[in-house]
Each structure stands twice: as C-alpha cells, then as structure tokens.
Design a protein around this ligand. Structure first.
Ligand code: COA
Length: 329
C-alpha cells in the first residue's frame, strides 16, 4: 500500500542586516519626505546590507535558524530551493553557495527567479517534490539584497526596498495537513512594468550604459500597483477554491509586503478582516522574495499563529509572477 505523504513546515527562520535606513535618512538623499513615504506605502524604515554582505550570507543566517527550529541537521536536507533576483553571482547559483556553507552535503539545489513570488514558487515546488516521495527535508529560502540593484537617485524606487532573508524547512510526514494547496501564475507580456534592462546577455553592461541607470530596477509604480491587487486577489480566491476553504477559515493572511494599501485592498476584496492581516512593511519595506518567509517567521515566533492555524500566503512580483499557498501549521 502506498502511504500518502504530506508536506509540513516544521521550522522557520529569518535574518535582516543590522543597518537601518529611515525615511528621515532618505529625506537627505532624494526629494522625498517621511510623510509621503508613510502615507503612500506604510514604510518607515528598511534594513540595508553592507557592501561585503550578499544574498548567500543573509540566507545562511536565516537557514541556520530554520534548521534549529526544525530540529534537524544540515545533512538531513535533501533539496534547497532559493528564490532571489539578487544572486551573489550569475554563476554559480546562490543555492550552491548556501549548500556548501551550511554543510548540506546531501542536497540538490537550485535558484528560482520569480521576483517577489520566489518563496511561494519554492514552497509550491517543495510540496510537489515531498508529496511525490522524492525528498524528505526541503529548505526553501526567499532572499534579497535589493539595495545593490536600487538606483539611490531615483525617488520612485529607492524609498520602497529593503534587504532580508527568510527560510522554511518543508518536511515529509504521514500526518494530514501542512501545505494544503498552492497556485502559481505568470504574465510575461507585462515584464516591462518591473525590470532591469542591462546586465544580462541581451544588453551586457559596457561603457555605453554603465552610468545611465539601466542596471538598476525600474518600475511603473501605478501600473504595478493595480496589477498587484488584481493578481493577488485572483491567487487568493484560486487557492481557496483548490483547498475547499473559504475566507472565514483563514486565521492569518500573509501577503507580499509591497505597499500597505495593496495589502489592505487585497484583504478587503477577499473578505479577510484587518485583524487577520499580517503587516510588517513599516519595519522592512519591500524585501521581495524574502517578505513572506520573514513575516511568517515573525508571526510564528511572536505567537501570532500557532500549530493548527490556517495561513494564507499570497505573492506578486516582477515577471509578472504571482501565486499563493494555504498552510495548516
Ligand atoms: N517622494 C515624494 N514624491 C514621490 C516619490 C517619493 N519617494 N515617488 C514618487 N513621487 C511623486 C511622483 O513623482 C508623482 O508626482 P507627480 O504627480 O508630480 O508626477 C506623485 O508622487 C504621485 O506618484 P504616484 O506614482 O501617482 O503615487 P502612487 O500613489 O501610485 O504611489 C507607489 C507610488 C510607487 C508607492 C505605488 O504606485 C506603489 O506602491 N506601486 C507598487 C510598487 C510595488 O509594489 N513594487 C514592487 C512590486 S513587487
């Protein structure tokens, strides 16, 4: 008889660099104000990595905490899935660097490039791999050092982003529950809304573009905003349908922390009341792939959620990509 396997999150961890950049600091750098940033985005401060600290470093710190919380050893991990758009190098993958430094000697690894949806994409893959009996302990990481691809002279973007990492161990179990369902989607026709146009093979960085801003993240803010609400609403309803649950069953909604107005508007559209919506954007800004695992780890460690609670994770990012997951903790 084939025993059904379920994919459970058994430990989480997160890490942010020490240095904090406040809205008041940004007032000294570009033409902006604490009042504008707070009312338009909900962000008060963000953490910024120092020059020598890269995504692998943040990932390792977050992963060690997740491994400890799960009560396993690094050598028990058989797969590492790392979502990022700010890898240490083009080659090798950041997941390879993390594998080596963690001592995860039995793990296969890969990076996932799905921008802010990277962690939810990783979680969805982890669930599938675990349930298909391939893997027993999958380390899923969402990490970003967006400060390194931010144009610090562009007030449209530089006030929004921060650096962080979050990690979760997805473990195979015969106990029902865990990651109950996921949903992934994309629309590459809207890629131009959020992109870095130089630095790949299509437009290599050379003397002609090194200083023109093309190697930094550019964004059409209001269009991104509208698509974020539309796609996260769709993703939430789809995963509720797939898991035969309703909004009333959700104990906590953790959406990608891009803008407090996007989060609140999405929650309203899917009928999740404010007290069941997790918001920490004021502390960290938009940390892209790291935002959901960072919030999940905080919610678990502060007791905002407990074993048995139903958590809705919903993400949106450049690509465009979007997705969702419902997890019974
Ligand atoms: N400080 C002060 N003024 C700023 C500013 C800043 N940091 N950034 C933009 N502005 C200005 C704009 O230049 C514009 O001025 P104008 O009317 O004279 O042209 C004005 O503020 C309004 O800009 P607008 O873009 O209409 O504001 P908004 O209410 O849409 O808020 C964002 C802008 C970027 C905060 C919002 O669109 C947003 O959050 N978008 C999604 C961002 C996101 O989530 N990105 C990542 C996706 S994962």
């Amino acid at each position: 008889m084939v025993v059904k396997r379920y994919a459970h999150i058994i430990g989480t961890g997160s890490y942010v660099p020490e240095k904090i950049l406040t809205n008041f600091d940004l007032e000294q750098m570009v033409d902006t104000s604490d009042e504008w940033i707070t009312t338009r985005t909900g962000i008060k401060r963000r953490h910024i990595a120092s020059k020598e600290v890269c995504s692998s470093d943040l990932s390792i710190a977050a992963s060690r905490k997740a491994i400890a919380a799960a009560g396993i050893k690094a050598s028990d991990i058989d797969l590492i899935l790392l979502g990022t758009v700010t890898p240490d190098f083009p080659v090798p993958s950041t997941a390879c660097i993390v594998q080596d430094k963690l001592g995860a000697v039995n793990a296969g690894v890969m990076d996932i490039v799905a921008a802010c949806s990277g962690f939810v994409y990783g979680l969805s893959l982890a669930k599938a791999m675990v349930e298909a009996s391939q893997y027993n302990n999958v380390l899923v990481i969402g990490v970003e050092t967006l400060s390194k691809i931010t144009n610090w002279e562009d007030r449209n973007t530089c006030v929004l982003f921060g650096d962080a990492a979050g990690a979760a161990i997805v473990h195979a179990s015969e106990k029902p529950g865990g990651i109950l369902g996921t949903y992934l989607k994309s629309d590459g026709s809207l890629a131009h809304l959020l992109s870095i146009t130089a630095g790949g093979t299509r437009v290599p960085i050379d003397a002609s573009n090194v200083n023109n801003g093309d190697r930094y993240l550019k964004m059409a803010g209001p269009e991104v905003y509208k698509n974020a609400v539309r796609t996260m609403t769709e993703a939430a309803f789809e995963v509720l349908k797939r898991t035969n649950l309703s909004s009333a069953d959700i104990d906590l909604m953790i959406s990608h922390q891009a803008n407090i107005r996007i989060i609140e508007s999405t929650a309203r559209k899917i009928n999740v009341p404010p007290e069941k919506v997790y918001i920490n954007i004021q502390e960290y800004g938009n940390t892209s792939a790291a935002s959901i695992p960072l919030a999940l780890d905080e919610a678990i460690r502060t007791g905002r959620v407990k074993s048995g609670d139903i958590v809705l994770l919903v993400a949106f990012g450049g690509g465009l990509t979007w997705g969702s997951a419902i997890v019974e903790l």
